[in-house]
Design a protein around this ligand. Structure first.
Ligand code: SF4
Length: 339
């Protein structure tokens, strides 16, 4: 959770003409387990433009990290297509475990270049690049001769971000990059990401369970539940006025944000369980009979009568919930708003 008293830079508006740098369509991924399969990702599509940050949020086990590995190519999907304008480097939560313990920071930062160019030694040009990247991520150059274990968690995460930038990608993906850091260091790393994005229109995929972090950093958000997107749209709209009951429950359970209108009932169902209808039905206080029979599809919200939605915002929002879709079709306001 980010300290709200810490001065922070927030995501800047991205140009509307930005180009699409990552597009994934209908990704699925299952894993074989004793007695059957776990469907970790079920038909997720992602589109990200340059200069924008897409946050992917949800409870532990919702499929966020599997989706991250599919997007960067660490795993292959069972079905679906991903197109990207460059390699997508990934920054992990474990800042120490992702760095070689016997290499110095100067080597760690440019290791992706050494591997790509099959170099066994640093050239003077690559030495200069390592120093430039260290400066870019705010790491004092006296640390270039250090080993990872001699750095703090925040400094190590700066090294990981510098590594990610070394091949000059158009997109980077960060999986819970600040969860293990102190609150004040979290803010510094998030500010760094916003600055880096503004310098080069970097696109960012940001996986997190921390909605207060997401609210500051991201432009858009996808909310995952049991491997499916249940709601997506601009962060400000989705987190201020959630449409899906699960999004509202996530907000209600976040101590750093104002209480939401509803809460989930009970524990999430086992991912081993095959549910006939809406995956959220057992925990949803708005469930109707249709919810346990059919699976709601993610549909755009097109009703323009909802007063708080501009046309552009409405067109970029989508939700997978029968009750919300019906109320929007009928021109009612938010079906799950407190009454
Ligand atoms: S489809 Fe039904 S069970 Fe699922 S979130 Fe909507 S109201 Fe709840």
């Amino acid at each position: 959770m980010v300290d709200p008293s810490t001065e922070r830079t927030t995501a800047q508006p991205a140009a509307t003409s930005s180009k699409v740098v990552l597009k994934a369509t209908d990704l699925t991924k299952s894993y074989r387990v004793p007695g059957g399969y776990v469907r970790a990702v079920r038909g997720i599509s992602v589109e990200l433009k340059s200069g924008r940050t897409l946050a992917i949020v949800g409870e532990s086990g919702c499929g966020k990290s599997t989706l991250a590995r599919l997007l960067v190519g660490l795993e292959l999907p069972d079905s679906g297509i991903t197109t990207k304008s460059s390699l997508i480097p990934m920054v992990f939560q474990d800042s120490l475990g992702s760095l070689h313990p016997r290499r110095r920071v100067r080597q760690l930062i440019v290791e992706p270049i050494l591997i790509r160019d099959r170099l066994i030694r640093m050239t003077p040009e690559i030495e200069t690049l390592a120093a430039d990247l260290a400066r870019r991520v705010g790491l004092p150059i006296e640390y270039l001769d250090s080993f990872a274990h001699e750095l703090s968690g925040g400094q190590r995460q700066r090294v990981n971000i510098a590594r990610a930038l070394s091949l000059d990608p158009s997109v980077i993906l960060l999986d819970e990059p600040v969860s293990a850091l102190d609150v004040s260091i979290q803010a510094q790393i998030l500010n760094l990401l916003v600055d880096l994005q503004n310098q080069k229109s970097l696109a960012i995929v940001f996986i997190s369970h921390d909605l207060s972090v997401v609210r500051h950093l991201a432009h858009d958000v996808q909310v995952l539940y049991l491997g499916q997107v249940v709601e997506e749209g601009p962060v400000e709209k989705v987190l201020r006025e959630p449409l899906h009951p699960y999004t509202a429950a996530l907000l209600a359970s976040d101590p750093a944000l104002p209480a939401g209108p509803t809460a989930s009932v009970g524990e999430p169902p086992s991912p081993y369980e095959v549910l006939p209808g809406c995956a959220y039905a057992k925990r949803c206080s708005f469930a109707e009979s249709i919810c346990s029979q059919n699976i709601p599809k993610l549909e755009k919200i097109t009703n323009q009568k909802t007063p708080s939605l501009t046309q552009a915002d409405a067109e970029s929002r989508a939700v997978a919930c029968f009750v919300v879709q019906r109320s929007q079709r009928e021109g009612h306001e938010n079906a799950i708003a407190p009454g």
